[in-house]
Design a protein around this ligand. Structure first.
Ligand SMILES: Cc1cc2nc3c(=O)[nH]c(=O)nc-3n(C[C@H](O)[C@H](O)[C@H](O)COP(=O)(O)O)c2cc1C
Length: 359
């Protein structure tokens, strides 16, 4: 088997493995971390979602969220809101910032966003989504894509209708997270939705939800025939996951980083964070990462608890190195196990500082 690749308009996404947008997580330093760990096995990276009102009034935080490093390319910038004119303006700003793709968020479940008609709220207002697509597609020359949930609730699973609308109004691809808005992150993502959409679609269809291991990804491709897979939470715990998928496909043993590799990668991440944010932001970001990474070995809970009490990022990494050396696991390949070492957390747990949860 080989991994599929896809074209989103003129943008070649090869392979069809995409870092999913995650508010509070997939900023430029995190995207660079994933590229550093997984290299060319990442076909596309997506930004955190950016609010169109904040972006179009030039709010610094939003403009920073739109920035990226050339080594991340191709990059999709995701925007959210409900006003077609402002959406078009924000899409143009993303294009001017150099984005390869602009994506419209139609899946965020946060109350403060859906109340104002954005995110998953658009799934209940398909005529508005049509207007948004018309306005953005007319405003930019880069491809416009949408990311949806399979519906608002079990009684209104309108993914097929949304697919048709996306095709008719110029979207270049559609990604679906197979849970409803009301479901949030409960239960499992329904990948049969992805299979059905792929069978009917004339544009690329990508699936999202609960891919935690290389095997999960290969099984989802085989079961659905989809053009691409988005990986979110699995990449927080294991930024090497894209590379491991490619290794599986190429018949190599999946790359198993040691703790030495892990700390080395985190040191790079810390440097990129320091380039982008004020010093005071770094401990929080690093703790978010370390609380997920420091798992899967005897004594991990103690090491994690001590590390997370430290406020100096460099001291934290030095402590982790000393602890892993002391436990004799510094140079031992990490075992990601059947679950890829990943735990599936909710958006609220994973992105504590994110707009998505500040609802
Ligand atoms: C912390 C967090 C933040 C998220 N933020 C966004 C977002 O900004 N835009 C979006 O379309 N989806 C967002 N999602 C949803 C993910 O892109 C993805 O569809 C979902 O987590 C299921 O995939 P996974 O099981 O691989 O994580 C977020 C998910 C998490 C966990």
């Amino acid at each position: 088997m080989s991994l599929p690749d896809l074209h989103i308009g003129p943008v070649h996404v090869s392979p069809g493995l995409v870092l999913a947008p995650m508010s509070g997580v997939t900023d430029s330093p995190f995207r660079r971390l994933v590229k550093r760990c997984s290299g060319d096995a990442v076909g596309l990276v997506m930004s955190e979602f950016i609010q169109i009102e904040a972006l179009t009034r030039g709010a610094l935080r939003s403009v920073i969220r739109m920035s990226f490093h050339p080594e991340e390319r191709p990059v999709a910038i995701q925007i959210y809101g409900a006003d077609p004119g402002m959406m078009a303006e924000a899409a143009k700003m993303a294009e001017d910032a150099g984005a390869d793709v602009v994506d419209i968020n139609c899946g965020c479940p946060a109350p403060k966003i859906v109340r104002r008609g954005g995110g998953a709220g658009l799934l209940r207002e398909l005529p508005v989504l049509a207007e948004i697509l018309d306005a953005t597609v007319a405003a930019v020359s880069i491809p416009v894509t949408i990311k949806i949930r399979n519906g608002w609730c079990e009684d209104s699973l309108n993914y097929m209708e949304t697919l048709r609308l996306a095709e008719d109004h110029g979207a270049s691809a559609i990604a679906v997270h197979g849970r409803t808005r009301l479901q949030l992150y409960r239960g499992s993502a329904d990948w049969d939705v992805v299979r059905k959409m792929k069978l009917a679609a004339s544009i690329p269809v990508l699936g999202s939800g609960d891919v935690l291991t290389a095997r999960d990804a290969l099984d989802r491709f085989a079961a659905t025939g989809c053009d691409g897979i988005l990986i979110g939470r699995g990449a927080i715990t294991n930024p090497w996951i894209f590379r491991q998928i490619q290794d599986e496909v190429d018949g190599r043993a999946p790359f198993a980083p040691t703790w030495a590799d892990t700390v080395d990668a985190i040191e790079s991440y810390l440097g990129w964070l320091a380039d982008m944010y004020p010093e005071k932001v770094l401990p929080g970001r690093l703790k978010m990462m370390m609380s997920r990474l420091l798992k899967g070995f005897d004594g991990a809970a103690d090491v994690r608890a001590t590390a997370l009490r430290m406020d100096d990022p460099r001291a934290m990494l030095a402590y982790i190195e000393a602890a892993c050396r002391g436990l004799g696991i510094w140079d031992t390949p990490r075992d990601f196990g059947a679950g890829g070492g990943a735990t599936v957390e909710t958006e609220a747990e994973a992105g504590s500082g994110s707009e998505a949860v500040a609802a």
